[in-house]
Design a protein around this ligand. Structure first.
Ligand code: NAP
Length: 522
């Protein structure tokens, strides 16, 4: 049975628990239960022990702690990568994307802490004169909340998801209670075990819930924060939790997204940007078997290129062998769980009501070193909707697997804008164009609908990392369907865990109050 880490100790839940399966074999390898665990006292422990200890540390000290966390995980990197394969069905490349992404995000926030130095909170902006007397002024400070940061994560990034949220709240000075998705929790449990073994964090600064959330959210106070990543339906339930509503608990939501890629009308077949577009679309469809919140789900190309792109993308897809993720050369592993596979199968059927199948099959397809019927595999599938304005399902249904839909547009920016907007808010859309007017029209047209836009042009083609990589320095999140949240973005991300308080009074007195423990954030 996986253990939770609460009240400074490892504890197993009662009962039979939920089985966790190896997605490649479908064989159970662990169980998780939180039955009988006292979440009220777990949260109180974090608030009373972890919070004060973190708030007493300077930003530089918190940053040094984050760097030790990164080093602790890095020291067990091979073990974590192997566990990513066993517990999540990751190929080695997919496991690196998760584990290395988590480590590098911790290091990035460690550097920010070092740069902030000896401050413990932020002063936001300059003094504002409030009356005729120059002594009577107003200031703004951003102080760490005194509650706990409850981090509820999706199943697809057990290390990165945990680390990217933890890095930001720990740097802000707020203790973490992390709850990975049950199906892939084993990897997060091991990562937290490493940090506990190495004695890096003050008592109460980190807690882990391995299994169902139970009544966790019923114990929230107005000083706690809930940062959630997962489906829109779970987000809606979390937001509607009575304690969350009654106590105005801050909730940040990172949810579904029908991310798009738009090929500009200026891009000619065989050009560097054309090739980049094909490579990035194919990689995004298949990396982590398409279980990436930032994966390209909708592909818009000028109608004159539709047939050529169908063939070219099919060729790219054929380069990705599907099968046992432990086998060299396999690029696409299984989906993470049986319910996930079922959801993908259902989603494809829904999309086929308005699409045709261009490439791939409904089912596992040809698999390397997998016995028939074994594991949770699905072949990568490329669909095409010839009437994209009428293809409602494509703009509404996120199929969280190796599935994308190709669609023609007129070549006019406004047509692409109208189509992309049908996703009603996304995490990221990529625009492949060298035409600055087209790019500018896209920025104004779809920017307000997204948390991030990725402009891929010839000048930066060789540096492109594609839309799928979420960087600690850039904001991650999106409006509308994507949940309306925002994470990361360098120091911007800390705001979720800080209270901006206006203080007004005698200037020298305020100055003395804020001088010790200040870092400027303006
Ligand atoms: P999910 O079913 O919504 O679960 C997400 C998390 O919520 C899990 O830890 C789950 O725990 C927990 N949960 C479920 N019911 C809850 C409740 N009533 N109260 C509190 N927590 C609850 O999502 P998923 O299947 O893991 O992830 C796939 C979805 O996540 C996709 O839609 C994808 O787009 C989205 N996603 C978004 C981002 C982003 O950054 N925007 C990143 C990754 C994934 P249990 O597992 O124990 O049920």
């Amino acid at each position: 049975m996986l253990k939770s880490y609460i009240n400074g100790t490892w504890v197993a839940g009662e009962g039979e628990g939920t089985p966790l399966m190896n997605p490649t074999t479908g064989v159970e390898f662990a169980r998780a239960s939180t039955q009988g665990l006292d979440f009220s006292s777990a949260l109180q422990y974090a608030r009373e022990k972890g919070g004060p200890a973190l708030r007493a540390m300077t930003f530089a000290e918190r940053g040094a702690m984050l760097q030790k966390m990164a080093e602790s995980l890095h020291a067990r990197r091979e073990e974590l990568l192997a566990l990513g394969t066993q517990s999540c069905g990751n190929t080695r490349g997919d496991a690196k994307f998760d584990v290395d992404g988590g480590i590098s995000t911790l290091s990035a926030y460690a550097r920010m802490g070092e740069e902030l130095g000896d401050g413990k909170f932020f002063v936001d902006g300059d003094p504002i004169r409030l009356s005729r007397s120059p002594r009577f002024v107003g200031r703004h400070v951003q102080l760490p909340l005194t509650g706990a940061a409850i981090h509820i994560n999706a199943y697809n990034f057990p290390v990165w998801g945990f680390a990217e949220k933890a890095a930001v709240s720990l740097l802000a000075g707020v203790p973490v209670v992390t709850k990975p998705a049950t199906s892939t929790a084993a990897l997060t449990v091991r990562a937290v075990e490493c940090l506990v073994e190495d004695g890096i964090l003050p008592d109460g600064a980190i807690s882990l819930i391995a299994g169902s959330p139970g009544d966790l959210l019923n114990h929230c106070t107005g000083q706690d924060v809930v940062a959630f990543t997962g489906s829109a339906s779970t987000a809606a339930r979390i937001r509607a939790t009575p304690s969350v509503l009654e106590k105005s608990v801050r909730v940040n939501v990172e949810a579904d997204s029908l991310n798009a890629a738009v090929l500009g009308p200026d891009i000619k077949p065989g050009s560097p940007v054309w090739d980049l577009f094909l490579a990035e679309v194919a990689r995004d469809m298949t990396q982590k078997a398409g279980q990436k919140c930032t994966a390209i789900r909708r592909i818009f190309v000028p109608e004159e290129h539709l047939e050529t792109i169908k063939v070219a993308l099919a060729d790219e897809m054929d380069r990705n062998a599907v099968g046992n993720p432990e086998v060299r050369g396999v690029r696409v592993g299984p989906l993470a769980s049986a319910p996930q596979l079922e959801d993908v199968q259902k989603g494809i059927i829904e999309l086929l009501t308005c699409c045709e199948l261009v490439h791939g099959v409904q089912g596992p397809g040809e698999l390397r070193e997998i016995t028939e019927g074994q594991g949770y595999f699905h072949a990568p599938v490329l669909l095409c909707a010839l009437d994209p304005h009428a293809a409602t399902a494509v703009h509404e249904r996120e199929v969280f697997g190796p599935v994308s839909t190709l669609m023609p547009y007129s070549g006019e920016a406004q047509d692409a804008i109208d189509l992309v907007r049908k996703g009603e808010g996304g995490l990221v859309t990529s625009v492949y164009s060298n035409d600055r007017d087209f790019a500018e029209a896209m920025m104004f047209g779809i920017g307000p609908f997204h948390g991030r836009l990725n402009f891929a042009s010839a000048k930066v083609a060789e540096h492109s990392m594609g839309p799928g990589t979420v960087l600690p320095s850039l904001a991650h999140g999106g409006p509308g369907r994507a949940g309306g949240g925002e994470e990361l973005g360098g120091l911007r991300g800390l705001s979720l865990y800080l209270q901006r308080t206006a203080i007004q009074g005698d200037d020298p007195m305020l100055t003395q109050m804020i001088t010790s423990g200040t870092s400027q954030n303006s």
